[in-house]
Design a protein around this ligand. Structure first.
Ligand code: ATP
Length: 267
């Protein structure tokens, strides 16, 4: 068993007092502070509307911050939020239905000018990582929901990003598929040592996966707690059925109740 070793190097990305107000006046995120370290697995957890997706999209550079500061480590700062340093996985697999699995996964490399032939070894490598070696030549419609999500993860990993951002990637999947994908994601993360920021509504999923859980509340969207899950990896059935896991879930649920309580006060 291996304990998670907290990063002693500079954070990959730091948010300082970051806020986001949309044009319609909604304060989606207020005063967020966060350091994402090397090989962190961070979950954003909270009720609907607390700004989880907004925070993720800010980190991805898909939405601009209104105030505050976001700073990338030197290795990333050459090109800022370079596409090659970031992978993004959405709740929907968002695959191109008219083209085969191989071509869907090749896309991020194709967009940076890498030919199909040159991309082939790395596309095969990431398909192998997600267990889809034999499916390179099929269309997305021939795949189950879980397999489509695996393709989406492979596409995000094909550029070997240092940070993988995942917005409720498994929310639409059945329980067994979700557990399997949780385990496979942890195995890939452990082997390849990138960092993950993962949005979820599930206390159980966040405790199982993460070493840090950022608990958020709504109106305005904000961070109300950060909880460390200091448990060794790999985590498997033994951890999922342990009293320690239950105790962590109870503590996180209590913190989350604070988030919901805040919502009641605001309304
Ligand atoms: N483009 C937008 N324009 C205006 N308001 C927005 C926009 N995107 C999000 N919001 C609002 O910002 C707040 C935070 O939304 P966000 O999607 O980040 O929350 P969330 O925690 O991810 O919610 P959910 O769990 O339901 O996905 C919400 O009140 C939402 O309605």
């Amino acid at each position: 068993m291996e304990s998670h070793t907290p990063s002693t190097t500079a954070p990959l990305v730091s948010l300082r007092n970051v806020s986001k107000r949309f044009g319609n006046g909604t304060l989606a995120l207020q005063g967020m502070n966060l350091d994402v370290g090397e090989h962190d697995f961070i979950s954003f957890l909270g009720p609907s509307g607390c700004g989880k997706s907004t925070a993720l999209r800010l980190i991805a550079g898909l939405t601009r911050i209104s105030s505050g500061e976001m700073r990338w480590s030197d290795a990333n700062s050459v090109k800022g939020t370079s596409d090659r340093d970031l992978g993004f996985v959405f709740q929907e697999p968002t695959l191109m239905p008219w083209t085969k699995v191989f071509d869907n996964v090749w896309l991020p490399l194709k967009l940076t000018g890498v030919s199909r032939d040159a991309a082939a070894p790395v596309v095969q490598q990431v398909l192998e990582l997600v267990g889809l070696t034999r499916f390179a030549d099929v269309y997305p419609r021939e795949l189950s929901g879980g397999m489509k999500m695996r393709v989406s993860i492979a596409r995000a990993l094909v550029t070997h990003p240092r940070l993988l951002l995942m917005d409720e990637p498994f929310a639409a999947l059945d329980e067994m598929t979700r557990i399997k994908l949780n385990n496979d994601l942890l195995a890939i993360w452990k082997e390849h040592r990138f960092s993950i920021v993962f949005v979820t509504h599930s206390v159980y999923e966040s405790v199982y996966l993460s070493n840090r859980i950022v608990v958020m509340a709504a109106r305005p969207g904000r961070v109300i707690d950060e909880i460390r899950i200091d448990e060794p990896y790999p985590r498997g059935e033994e951890f999922r059925t342990s009293s320690r896991y239950n105790a962590h879930c109870t503590a996180v649920s209590q913190s989350l109740r604070g988030a919901l309580h805040g919502l009641d006060i605001d309304h």
